[in-house]
Every structure is written in C-alpha cells, then in structure tokens.
Design a protein around this ligand. Structure first.
Ligand SMILES: *Cc1c(COP(=O)(O)O)cnc(C)c1O
Length: 456
C-alpha cells in the first residue's frame, strides 16, 4: 500500500516525548531581529531596560541567542495535561479535493483556551510568579489569549485584569464568561480607567477598540500598580520561543510516519503560532538539510507582511511599549472589525518579519469570505469547526492541494490549525447569511497608517 492510505488519522506522540527544551530560532537566524529601541530615548534596550516591562527570565529570553532553553519542570507538568497535541492526516479533506497531495494538520484547539495561546500563558505566568509578582494585566483581541492567561493565572494563584477589545467582547460574550470562570476581571477596551483609554474615547466615543489600544491600556494599568506586571500573548521573541514546542512535536510526529513537509503553513496575526510551528523547519532549511516552502497567511483587511513596511514602529497605540523593527501598517491603524479578531494587529513579530525580509518565508493575504468558505469545507470534511484565524491556514493548504491536483505532484502539506471556532458561531452565522463583507485595505489607509511611524 502507498502512503496514500496507510498513515493513521491521528499521530500521537507518547507523553515522554514532550519537548524538554524550547528551541530558539534566533540562535540560527542569519540576521537576528534588530534591537528594540526605548520609546522615549530611541536608544537600543538591553535586558535591564526590558526588565522595566518583563520579569528577568522573560526579559532574558526575549534577547537570548541560546539555542535550547530548558522548560521549567512545573511548566512541563502543566503541559502534560494537554500535550503533545495530535497531528492529523486530513484524509477526508484530501478526498473532497481529489488531490494527490498528503495534507496534515497539527491541532492546538484541545485545551480550554481553545488555541495555542496556553503554551505561552503557562510559562509567562510561572516566571512572573517565581519572580514575586502579585498581580497581572493583559490584553485580548478575540479572547483566546485572555482565556489562556486566566487559566494559568488561576492555576498559579495570581489575580488578573484582561483588557478585551470592545468589539470582540460584544461579538463573543461567552468568551468573557469563560475568562470570568477562572476568576479574572474583564475590562472592555477602550475603557475609561486608563489615560490611554480615555484619550481614545474622547476622540471617538464609539471606538470598537484594537489590539494596539488594549495593549496600551494593559501596560499602563500594570505600570500604575504595585508589583503588577503585564503579559503579552504574541509578537514577542519569548512568546515564539514558548510556541516552538508545537513545531518540535510536529517534526517528531512527521518522523514517526516517515514524512517531511514540502510546504508548512500557518496563519499570522502577531506571528506566534506561525513562528512556533515553523521554527524547527526553518532551522532545517537554514542548515541545508531541507527545503520546505513556508507560508504565512494573513487577512486582506490587515495585511502587515504583504502590504506593510519593514520599519521601526511602536507595538501599541499609545507608544508606551518599546519600538520594534517589524512589518507594520502603522501603530495608528485600526483594522476593520473582521471576524478573525486574533489577526487584527498592525504589526508582525520581529522574528517573522526578519525571516520574511530575508526571503526565508513567503506570505499571502486573503479576504474573509474565501477564508470562511475554506473553514466551512474543512468543518464539513474533517468534522472540526476551525477558528476563523486558523481558516486562513486551511485556505492556503487547500489552494496548494488544488495546485497539486493540476500538476499531479504528491506534495506533503502541513498546516497548523491554531484553534477551534466554537466561540465564533456568530461569525459563521454571519457568513452563512451572506453578511460577511470583505473589508478593503486601501492605499489611503496605508499612507495614513505609515504617517504614524516614529522617526528612527
Ligand atoms: C491569537 C490567535 C491567532 C493569531 O495570533 P498569532 O500570534 O499570530 O498566532 C491565530 N489563531 C488563533 C486560534 C488564535 O487564538
């Protein structure tokens, strides 16, 4: 029998194969991300400066060039409750597409956060706890990160305030309920409890919020309270480091069935699921041991890689965070309220940005109606309802599989299914009733967004 039909539907790694180390792609990148700059002085920041924002362990990881970093025992114990995550062979999707390609997906939705976000929430809360921090703040867009931190903060016994992008809080009331189940406090953002929130509301009382605004509010709230720290769920190097467990597991699972990907695909909002998934595959490419194509997929309404510029910009709307060199649409840009809330961020991880700039990965942007169409086909064939964010990756996998049908190539396509869509049913209903519109991203939007870039 050929590989066409002998591989198990789900490839499970035995528990003892759980990674013991995070893999740090920065150790192997030909060009490391440019240094962060201080928001006021515009001078490069080191670990001690970053410690104004993050606890020491996380600040060190942010700038580390060590290749493998040990996962703390307590964090490994927690991971064991829901990891390793399964790798699926998408037999039914392949059949529906009548493609000679073999399609695999790594599924990160099997925990209560519903996504990969818990992989970084656990170590971040853990490092804060052992550093003596007494309470945490964070932001959340679609709600997955807020849920993940709420779960981890409850586990390690830290109180938490979650600034949730207001339009998401309205679109997904049940997300708010899950976060509250874990004892965290949800604040719709922009709010009137921070300076940055009040400023935005005075200019636009109806503002539905954005990740950039929520980050500003959460940062400001943390800085104004004693022994309180802010944790961020994407974009940063240490987040991608934590997410490297996904790619490491996937590589082992593929080895178990004697496969290696021709194409690796992930959706990209701030770049953390993508960055974590691709890290070991990029390492193999760089070492000359493989030549996989690696594809980042973003929404047309927020196309930071495909339309943005590679420049220094603020990570947040109020310009309190360090300035990072990244692909950006400008920190003043507020993306349209598309349903893939987790992909509505003006910038992109410095690691992913640098890889893209160095042409080590590809990127494409897709309109949400095509994305939902792909998500629906996946739900019907694979019996799993994907998050709208993850459906971006599904769409690219489908497009590549269709290309294989035309050329007759038996490619191995692996994508990351970053989460489930059971809190996105309003979005699916909206799509099914024909009300999902493809928000346009215009040259004027780009121009006005880029006007907000700092002079570096
Ligand atoms: C948050 C989220 C994303 C986008 O964030 P990245 O940092 O780009 O991974 C994608 N998918 C899901 C399910 C998410 O929760």
């Amino acid at each position: 029998m050929s590989k066409k039909d002998t591989i198990p539907v789900r490839v499970f790694l035995p528990e003892e194969k759980n990674p013991k180390f995070y893999y740090n792609l920065m150790a192997d990148m030909p060009n490391r991300p440019a240094p962060y700059l201080h928001p006021a002085t515009k001078q490069p920041v080191g670990v001690s400066d970053l410690m104004g924002v993050f606890v020491k362990d996380l600040a060190e990881q942010e700038l580390s060039s060590e290749r493998y970093i040990e996962i703390p025992k307590e964090v490994q114990e927690y991971y064991r409750m829901y990891r390793p995550s399964p790798l699926h062979r998408a037999y039914q999707l392949e059949k529906a597409l009548d493609t000679p390609a073999r399609i695999y997906y790594k599924y990160e939705g099997q925990n209560t956060s519903g996504s990969h976000k818990l992989n970084s929430a656990i170590p971040q809360v853990f490092y804060n706890k052992i550093a003596g921090v007494k309470s945490l703040t964070t932001e959340t867009g679609a709600g997955q990160w807020g849920t993940a931190v709420a779960i981890a903060a409850n586990f390690f016994g830290l109180p938490l305030d979650v600034f949730m992008v207001k339009c998401s809080a309205q679109q997904k009331p049940h997300r708010k309920a899950v976060i509250e189940t874990y004892g965290a406090n949800v604040v719709p953002s922009p709010s009137n409890i921070t300076e940055s929130g009040r400023k935005i509301l005075s200019e636009d009382p109806e503002c539905g919020g954005s990740l950039g605004i929520a980050i500003s509010e959460a940062m400001e709230a943390a800085m104004g309270r004693e022994n309180t720290r802010y944790v961020l769920g994407s974009v940063l190097n240490h987040v991608i480091l934590h997410q490297s467990i996904i790619g490491q597991e996937a590589m082992e699972q593929l080895q178990m069935v004697d496969e290696y990907p021709d194409i690796v695909i992930g959706c990209a909002g701030g770049g953390s699921n993508l960055g974590g998934m691709i890290a070991p595959f990029v390492r193999e490419n760089l070492a000359g041991r493989a030549s996989s194509r690696i594809i980042a997929v973003e929404p047309s309404a927020c196309p930071s890689l495909t339309r943005g510029v590679f420049a220094y910009d603020y990570a947040d709307a109020a310009c309190i965070c360090p300035i990072a060199k990244m692909y950006t649409l400008g920190h003043g840009f507020v993306p349209a309220s598309i349903h893939a809330g987790g992909l509505r961020y003006h910038g992109m991880s410095p690691i992913v940005s640098q890889l893209y700039n160095d042409k080590l990965i590809e990127a494409r942007s897709e309109p949400q109606t095509r994305v939902f169409e792909a998500g629906m086909l996946f739900a019907k064939t694979e019996a799993l309802l994907p998050a709208p964010e993850s459906a971006h990756a599904i769409l690219a996998a489908i497009d590549e599989a269709k290309r294989c049908k035309e050329t007759g190539e038996e490619k191995v396509i692996v994508f990351l299914l970053s989460g489930h869509g059971y809190f996105d049913l309003g979005a699916y209903q909206n799509y099914m009733s024909g009300n999902a519109v493809d928000a346009q991203y215009s040259d004027e939007m780009l121009k006005s967004g880029l006007d907000s870039l700092p002079a570096a």
